[in-house]
Design a protein around this ligand. Structure first.
Ligand code: M6R
Length: 367
């Protein structure tokens, strides 16, 4: 069933263009207009929502962080992301005008189930973004928007993550249209950009031999840092989580803007640092390039994930991994892919069980 791959994870990484395409499938009509009939939440209530809270754990929470950037930008509704286990126990401000979005691959994560129950007790409407039909979280929510990633076997989440991000974009566009923040034409344009993503993910996957080689050289590395900004920040944290889970290597993801506020003290000669670079069209691009310059000057081994055609990073990077040009908000669908492959290969090079890392379960059904 591994389809010729060494591990389920490797197969699931390769399946990502399909996971995104399938999650988009059937959610627009032939004229490119968004249809999300399954969101059976009273439209009048959704127009009244004054806050969105995304609750999730682990990788699903990083998908939620990406969602926050897109939802606030498109819908102008304040959006917070909270780890489900923190949300549940801190007496959060949630009421009938709050929309809670619970993201879960399995739909059985106890921490997230408890957060959903708590939110509903406070009168909030809950939409589940879930990969498993009929599981507890969608059953206990007001509505479900399913991701169509197919079964994810490897403990480390990959294709479900991309599908979750895709579903979050669809939800954001739906709310933006419903509340009049985006015209149907604007929504159709962004949907068109989304439909272009599976090919871009496939293209990213084709160019990753360099990452595989790097992973093999770096099998003895003790610590790896990941930097990103804007939607690249959750991608950096996801890259670090994959490396911890699979390769048992100390890894941390930081917001690049935070560097000078502390983490730069960690930089010493030879320290590997992955930097997720925003598109050169982004006003944040020069700021991240200057971060790369700073860490490079301190001897870090800089591995940069940058768009094709971005030449500004080249003088300061030991390695440049290329991803296709992509609208800023959609970039995580391509920039995370090299980081997943890096972690998978490095774990393989260390002889570890990529699909069943130590101490972890696929779905955490206890609090
Ligand atoms: O099934 P869920 O999406 O609710 O799971 C949430 C986390 O437990 C999960 O994403 C975990 O962090 C993965 N092992 C990450 O690779």
């Amino acid at each position: 069933e591994k389809g010729g791959f060494d591990s389920f994870m490797a197969k699931e990484i390769a399946d990502q263009p399909q996971a995104v395409a399938d999650t988009l499938l059937g959610r627009s009509d032939e004229d490119g207009r968004l249809i999300l009939d399954e969101l059976r939440v009273d439209e009048a209530a959704l127009r009244e929502i004054d806050k969105i809270v995304v609750v999730a754990c682990g990788t699903a929470a990083y998908a939620g962080m990406v969602a926050k950037y897109a939802i606030e930008h498109w819908c102008r509704i304040p959006c917070e992301v909270e780890l489900a286990h923190e949300f549940r126990y801190r007496d959060p401000v949630v009421n009938a005008r709050t929309l809670v979005v619970a993201i879960s691959q399995s739909g059985e994560t106890m921490d997230t189930i408890m957060a959903v129950r708590h939110a509903r007790e406070q009168g909030a409407r809950v939409i589940a973004i879930c990969n498993t039909h009929g599981s507890t979280i969608p059953r206990e929510s007001d509505a479900a928007l399913y991701t169509h990633a197919g079964p994810e076997i490897a403990v480390a989440s990959t294709k479900a993550f991309l599908a979750q991000i895709t579903a979050c974009y669809l939800l954001g566009l739906y709310l933006a249209q419903l509340r009049g923040n985006k015209s149907p034409g604007e929504v159709t344009d962004i949907l068109g950009q989304l439909h272009a993503m599976p090919d871009k993910i496939a293209k990213t996957l084709e160019g990753l031999d360099q990452v595989r080689r790097m992973a093999r050289w770096m099998a003895d590395t003790r610590s790896v840092l990941f930097l990103g900004r804007h939607v690249g920040f959750p991608v950096a944290m996801e890259g670090a989580l994959k490396l911890k889970e699979l390769a048992y290597i100390h890894a941390e993801g930081f917001a690049a803007g935070e560097l000078k506020h502390g983490p730069i003290a960690l930089i010493e000669p030879g320290q590997p640092v992955f930097v997720v670079v925003p598109s050169p069209t982004s006003p944040l691009h020069p700021k991240v390039v200057s971060n790369i310059q700073e860490i490079n000057a301190r001897g870090a081994r800089t591995i940069v994930i940058a768009e094709e055609g971005d030449e500004d990073v080249v003088p300061y990077a030991q390695e440049v991994v290329r991803v296709p040009q992509t609208p800023a908000l959609l970039a995580p669908l391509v920039t995370v892919v090299p980081l997943q492959v890096f972690a998978c290969e490095l774990a393989g090079a260390k002889g570890l069980d990529v699909d069943q890392p130590r101490n972890l379960a696929k779905s955490v059904t206890v609090e």
